[in-house]
Write a protein that binds this ligand. Structure first.
Ligand SMILES: *Cc1c(COP(=O)(O)O)cnc(C)c1O
Length: 483
């Protein structure tokens, strides 16, 4: 949140109590009898025990992340994994010379992921960790832009005549909008047209391409619904297009949620470097890579797709290490945690965790279906994202809608967003649960029980008026929706 002058209120009165001593109870201390600093740093130091208690009590206001069913981001790690993170918190991932082993471990992770994504042994892949998929997508996008510019110039295309463009489905995650705004690129959206198949139409994507197209971005795990774009069909269409195109178009796959899920659960599905036009892939380590936020990964199938001018060299063991990142300093602990998880789980462990997660998702979808009032849009077979809407006849009959249901579920601490679908289907409100590794059958059955109770309460409730939360343009503001 950006803080403005308006949000700043005057501090509470300064301390005027007797000093504490070692036997003062925390909640008998002068500090617990006053408001914590909001706009100005306090004058005196505070005992760490008291400070910890007061700060940690503020955390309670965030609710229990384990009950946050809308987030893709990891909310549980084992004690040993947390210890690894704690032990490495003080390392700085950018200091290659000072922390050579962090660099080594990052390389091992890149190698492991490259192998999971089926790199071609004849090519020279490159990759890096990032803060999350957002940074990873930015890097993938920048590489495509710089490569486009160089090739366009070589072909004699007037690069100043128009803005370069990026082709993506209208179900894109907000990072792509940021990318296009920050790097001055025209976003060409492929509208999703089939309510029963909310993915990018390969031919429609091709129709939007021209010699100013830096690339096409399919999504493996569309944020709204969890559906996949058909990268095989897209790759085929791109191959056809490139045969006669003035400038060939590459594919960057945004596999934020699918990238570290599919290789374990559905290795046959082709969406990765097995497809020849896929030049780069990004993913979030903190989604199905199972690390606490924030870590992401981006890989290029070959050096050729990562223009030299984007690479900076930092000192490393008497030589120079190439780096390509927007960020500079950041802790190495997420990298170590990612490596720990690869070591700890192995292929079979990841597979077991992800398959259990999928089972829990399917169980939820079945439970929802049995209630008879929901239409399931995605039951979570491909990736454990379950998403549903009210059946049309129920939407008409009921005095409440999914936004009310989201509110009601909050009584039990569950955070489940209701939000409108993207372009073409804005009128359809849906609910989504992202099933995560730390959700058991038991937890999901508790949730279903609370959901049934919520429905019965809503049916009985006399809803006096229900105003949708709308912005100035009359657009519905989603309740608790996070990407
Ligand atoms: C989550 C997500 C992102 C952004 O990822 P962060 O790791 O949160 O930065 C980008 N694209 C898609 C499809 C996502 O699901």
């Amino acid at each position: 949140m950006l803080h403005t002058r308006n949000t700043i209120k005057k501090d509470a009165e300064r301390y005027s109590f007797k000093p504490d001593n070692s036997s003062t109870p925390i909640f008998g201390s002068r500090e617990s009898d006053t408001i914590l600093p909001r706009t100005k740093i306090g004058k005196k130091s505070m005992d760490p025990k008291i400070a910890y208690r007061l700060i940690s009590d503020e955390m309670m206001h965030d609710g229990n992340p384990r009950y946050n069913l809308c987030t893709f981001v990891q909310t549980y790690m084992e004690e040993e994994a947390k210890q690894v993170m704690f032990d490495t918190m003080a390392t700085n991932a950018i200091d290659k010379a000072e922390y050579p082993q962090t660099t080594e471990v990052e390389k091992r992770c890149v190698n492991i992921i490259a192998d999971l994504w089926n790199v071609n042994p004849d090519e020279d892949f490159m990759g890096t960790s990032t803060v999350g998929s957002s940074e990873a997508c930015m890097l993938g996008g920048m590489a495509m832009k710089f490569r486009w510019r160089k090739r366009a110039q070589e072909k004699g295309i007037d690069i100043t005549a128009r803005k370069p463009n990026l082709v993506i489905s209208s179900g894109y995650q907000v990072v792509w909008e940021k990318f296009c705004v920050y790097w001055d690129i025209e976003m060409r959206q492929v509208p999703m047209t089939d309510m029963n198949n909310l993915t990018m139409d390969a031919q429609k994507a091709i129709d939007l391409c021209d010699e100013y197209t830096i690339g096409i971005v399919p999504i493996m795990g569309i944020t709204y619904t969890g559906t996949f774009d058909d990268v095989v069909a897209l790759d085929k269409a791109v191959t056809e297009y490139n045969k006669t195109a003035k400038l060939s178009v590459p594919i960057h796959v945004d596999a934020a949620s699918g990238g570290l899920y599919l290789p374990f659960v559905n290795p046959e599905l082709k969406w990765d470097f097995r497809l020849k036009n896929v030049v780069s892939i990004s993913t979030s380590g903190h989604k199905y890579g199972l690390v606490y936020p924030g870590i992401g990964w981006v890989l290029w199938r070959d050096k050729e797709f990562l223009p030299d001018e984007l690479i900076f060299k930092v000192a490393y063991l008497g030589a120079f290490e190439p780096t390509f990142q927007i960020n500079f300093s950041r802790s190495g602990s997420q990298i170590w945690a990612q490596y720990y998880l690869f070591v700890r789980w192995g292929f079979e462990g990841f597979k077991a965790v992800h398959e259990k997660t999928r089972d829990v998702g399917l169980f939820l979808a079945k439970g929802l279906c049995s209630l008879g009032i929901f239409k399931i849009i995605n039951e979570g077979k491909n990736i454990p994202i379950v998403c549903w809407t009210l059946k049309e006849e129920c939407a008409k009959d009921k005095k409440w809608d999914l936004y009310d249901l989201a509110d009601r579920l909050r009584y039990n601490g569950w955070q489940v967003p209701a939000y409108p679908l993207p372009k073409n289907f804005e009128d359809v409100a849906i609910m989504r649960v992202v099933v995560r590794a730390d959700q058991s059958m038991e937890q999901m059955s508790l949730f279903l029980g609370d959901l049934k109770q919520a429905l019965s309460d809503l049916d009985k409730a006399y809803i006096v008026s229900h105003k949708k939360n709308v912005d100035e343009d009359g657009k519905v503001i989603p309740v608790g929706y996070t990407h």
